[in-house]
Design a protein around this ligand. Structure first.
Ligand SMILES: O=C(O)CCC(=O)C(=O)O
Length: 254
């Protein structure tokens, strides 16, 4: 099994100042997305900016948490396919929520992500766009999330073959992650080798927990993955919340 280094790349100062990925970084990222289903780009945004975004996120979260408090027991522990999302908040597993009220034009319009998404097979040389901006927060005490895909195969790959990627998930961490805060773990290559999402869950051919590789992000690092890739969030056994700002890209965004 490949280690995280196989899909991790540090962006250069030139790339950050020019807001453009160098051809070799673009090739690395597209290659990792194709082979492993995931790429980590370090310092996509400056760590200081991530800290500032985190403070803004915490204010947004406090408002949502107060509003949802009476309903929280109903949702607690579920994923949103079990109970519906409600307005701006969706349950993502035990003590883990996704909210859409936190917005960041700077992160949403990140030129390096836009460039990579535009060059991906999803865009097919045409349009790609971001259609969703949400932040998943694992609160202290969050336990391991259920293994899932963000957008499954459109058709059973066993019958129709593996189609090109049509949907990507982009996470930017707003905190330094470690084994205490938790992180996201990915089953490499399962965007091509498994059938996640095309039918009901018993047909997904779920990978075992020993097939997952941990990606640890520092504040400002990003992880971008084919949304068919199996993944899950690790437990947060610390005392601080762990927010990951997330974007969803599809061929025809807004
Ligand atoms: O919490 C994480 O690290 C991952 C969250 C996630 O994958 C999700 O909620 O879809």
């Amino acid at each position: 099994m490949a280690a995280a280094a196989a899909f991790t790349r540090a962006l250069t100062a030139d790339e950050l100042s020019s807001d453009a990925l160098a051809p070799e970084t673009l090739a690395f990222a597209l290659g990792a997305l194709d082979e492993h289903g995931v790429v980590v780009l370090r310092k996509l945004i400056a760590p200081a900016d991530a800290v500032a975004e985190r403070a803004r996120f915490e204010a947004a979260w406090a408002t949502v948490a107060a509003a949802m408090a009476p309903l929280a027991p109903m949702w607690e522990g579920h994923l949103q396919d079990v109970v519906p999302r409600f307005a701006e908040v969706a349950p993502r597993g035990p003590r883990r929520y996704s909210i859409s009220t936190f917005r960041s034009a700077a992160m949403r319009q990140n030129a390096l992500v836009v460039q990579l998404m535009g060059a991906s097979p999803m865009a097919q040389g045409g349009a790609s766009g971001c259609w969703s901006e949400e932040t998943v927060v694992s609160l202290p005490g969050a336990t391991e999330q259920r293994v899932h895909v963000d957008a499954g195969h459109l058709y059973d790959p066993k019958q129709h073959g593996v189609l090109p990627a049509y949907h990507y998930s982009v996470f930017i961490s707003l905190v330094d992650q470690d084994s205490t805060t938790g992180n996201t773990a990915f089953a490499l290559g399962t965007h091509r080798s498994r059938g996640g999402g095309h039918e009901s869950q018993p047909h997904w051919d779920m990978p075992g927990r020993d097939e997952f590789v941990d990606a640890y992000l520092k504040a400002g690092d990003s992880v971008i993955f084919d949304s068919r890739l199996y993944h899950f969030g690790r437990a947060n056994s610390g005392t601080e919340m762990r927010p990951i700002y997330g974007l969803m890209y599809s061929p025809a965004g807004e």
